[in-house]
Design a protein around this ligand. Structure first.
Ligand code: SF4
Length: 442
């Protein structure tokens, strides 16, 4: 192990999606394996890394502001940028921020330690970016803070090219990870006491299609993971509706550890907008799959992503999105106002929906989401649900956990319950949190 000269501590700031969080865990593990200590105080770190996101303008502006601020003070640390913004902006980041030491793309996080050596010994800025992802990450080095749930990458990149999205450009095409490597990691996690894994990918439903010789599509993988008896819950995100198959629905039904929450992002309820987004399904095709999901998976809950205010979206088209939300009654929703992203086809179109109209549509949909959430929570009061206990709630007196369909529950209990499944009878709710008491201690 090489201990780097004058470099003892590091600070990591992660923006964006769960894939970025997982990449951070892998990079943190790689830095710790060479003797560096992670600290939470940015001002005293010898190395500062921003793992960035390009999905929203706001996420980018935050990082740019932070980098600018670091350049105005006396430079005390090595500073690096990784993630999607690195892929999108490449060497232009060095021109804008001369105090930046390295930029590493999403496909090169495994090169972090080599890049650091080059920075320290070569004394110059280092850019490491490859457009194509090679499946060569050592996932086992990931340093996880959570001891109950873990994220596991199964496929990286995306081939769908939705017109508003930078992911196919920043993360490249779909590359699946071998089933053997995924199973090995999940078995290891289960042996270490993890009870839940979330399988990650920009489109998990495409898993294995790039390697037909493996004979392992996404539903096959779910069955294989279902055989790990110590693993109590399997989740996954994100899905593209076009790729969700009947076989996958059956696997979710048949594998007891597969959670019955399916993230099934519609994005818009208008066929014209869906076409403009290049989502490659119609509202009717989507609703047909919702019907199948409801028929095949008992008590299925659905989650979605929605963009309001996409270029040219009319009030009537927004209303279609609103109506479909009301019809499906999603239990989880990530709702955003559209913001154009550089490098995407939609960038060429005029962002013609005024900000106040976008905001009005956003608030209208958020209010509906909140109302449906309250109704769903009220409807299950008095019932008993199975909760995977994750940790103490903020006050250290109550425990916090989630149901299989991701509802947050808090209840009185002690530390020994963390990491166990408990049957909790629900008596009330407060905002988005259900409150209850353990019925029989599991
Ligand atoms: S499916 Fe569409 S929105 Fe999702 S990552 Fe791929 S291009 Fe982006």
């Amino acid at each position: 192990m090489v201990v780097m000269k004058n470099l003892h501590t590091f600070y990591f700031r992660t923006y964006g999606c769960q894939m970025n969080e997982l990449d951070t865990e892998i990079m943190v593990g790689a830095l710790q394996s060479r003797g560096l200590t992670k600290i939470e105080d940015e001002d005293n770190a010898d190395l500062i890394i921003f793992n960035t996101c390009s999905i929203r303008d706001l996420a980018e502006r935050k990082v740019m502001g932070k980098l600018g601020q670091l350049g105005r003070g006396k430079k005390k640390a090595i500073i690096g940028v990784t993630g999607c913004m690195a892929m999108a902006k490449k060497e232009t980041l060095f021109r804008k921020f001369p105090h930046l030491d390295f930029v590493i793309g999403t496909n090169n996080i495994t090169d972090l330690n080599t890049v650091l050596d080059e920075v320290l010994h070569g004394g110059k800025q280092v850019l490491k970016i490859e457009d194509k992802y090679e499946e060569n990450l050592d996932y086992l080095v990931a340093k996880r803070e959570d001891k109950v749930k873990a994220m596991v990458s199964i496929i990286r990149g995306c081939d769908k090219f939705c017109t508003y999205c930078v992911v196919p450009y920043t993360r490249g095409g779909e590359v699946s990870r071998t089933p053997t490597s995924i199973l090995e990691e999940c078995q290891k996690l289960a042996d270490q006491g993890y009870k839940e894994v979330t399988l990650l990918g920009q489109n998990v439903n495409s898993y294995g299609k790039d390697h037909p010789e493996w004979g392992c599509l996404f539903h096959d993988l779910i069955y294989k993971l279902g055989a790990i008896s110590l693993l109590k819950r399997i989740r996954f995100m994100t899905s593209h509706p076009i790729d969700i198959t009947i076989e996958l629905m059956q696997a979710i039904r048949d594998v007891p550890s597969a959670c019955n929450l399916v993230h099934f992002p519609i994005q818009s309820g208008s066929n014209r907008i869906l076409k403009k987004m290049h989502r490659i399904y119609t509202k009717e095709e989507y609703l047909h799959k919702v019907d199948l999901l409801n028929k095949i998976i008992p008590n299925v809950s659905l989650g979605t992503d929605i963009i309001v205010g996409f270029p040219t979206e009319t009030e009537a088209e927004f209303q279609e999105t609103y109506d479909i939300f009301k019809q499906i009654r999603y239990s989880i929703a990530f709702i955003y106002a559209y913001s154009p992203r550089k490098g995407t086809p939609a960038m060429r179109w005029k962002d013609d929906i005024p900000e106040e109209v976008k905001e009005e549509r956003l608030q209208k949909l958020l209010a509906l989401y909140s109302q449906i959430g309250d109704e769903q929570r009220a409807a299950i009061l008095g019932s008993t649900v199975e909760v995977l206990v994750e940790r103490f709630n903020r006050d250290q007196k109550l425990l916090k956990g989630r149901t299989t369909c991701w509802k947050k529950v808090i209840f009185p209990g002690d530390e020994s319950m963390i990491g166990t499944l408990q049957q909790v009878k629900l008596h009330s709710f407060n905002h988005q949190t259900l409150l209850g008491d353990v019925v029989t201690r599991g």
